[in-house]
Design a protein around this ligand. Structure first.
Ligand SMILES: [Fe+2]
Ligand SMILES: [Fe+2]
Length: 196
């Protein structure tokens, strides 16, 4: 159901699980940015009534995830602070077309792909971390981010015919796979692992 054009390479989860403090800090910022993305779309497109309620609910849920990650950081004695973001989201947005109405479609589909990749990687982490509380948390998030992928994809289908959404989602998924293939090695949710 997730429309990703590549699978995360083997070895990524072990690399990330061995650097959990950094991964959790990056993850907190990812959840904060996910809420901000939904709010930015609400602010930019008030004339698209279909977006408002689903994106408001999604923003609240992402903020709840953010608070939960803050709890895990505190439990591990990690101070929440500014962190160098991954280039992933910025490079992904290079694939967004400049003019409306294509721009909104692309922004929704890029958001759908970020949710899909987060879902895939949080699921891999769930199976790789030794801490049962964290594994349980990641499993819950895997389900939530899969649902968010569906929310964004369905909102896109409310704007343009489903077949056109599928074609564009395929193209952007290939772009996402290329962005990820060029990702730096870093202990972040959307970056690469050291080769094994
Ligand atoms: Fe989330
Ligand atoms: Fe999400």
């Amino acid at each position: 159901m997730l429309k990703l054009a590549s699978a995360t390479p083997p070895g990524w989860a072990a690399f990330a699980a061995a650097r959990l403090d950094a991964v959790l800090l990056d993850h907190a910022h990812c959840e904060r940015r996910a809420a901000a993305t939904a709010l930015a779309l609400l602010s930019r497109y008030p004339h698209h009534g279909a977006l408002q309620a689903p994106l408001a609910a999604l923003a609240r849920e992402e903020l709840a995830h953010f608070e939960e990650v803050l709890g895990h950081l505190a439990r591990r004695g990690i101070v929440y602070r500014r962190a160098q973001p991954s280039p992933y989201a910025g490079r992904l947005h290079d694939g967004v077309r400049a003019h409306e109405p294509e721009r909104l479609l692309d922004r929704l589909l890029v958001a759908a792909l970020i949710e899909a990749r987060s879902c895939e990687r949080l699921g891999l982490l769930a199976d790789a971390v030794p801490d049962p509380a964290l594994a349980h948390f990641y499993r819950g998030l895997r389900a939530a981010e899969a649902r968010h992928h569906g929310v964004y994809a369905e909102l896109a289908c409310a704007l343009v015919p489903r077949e056109a959404v599928a074609v564009r989602l395929d193209a952007l998924a290939r772009h996402e796979a290329e962005v990820l293939a060029r990702a730096p090695v870093a202990p972040r949710l959307h970056d690469a692992a050291e080769p094994a």
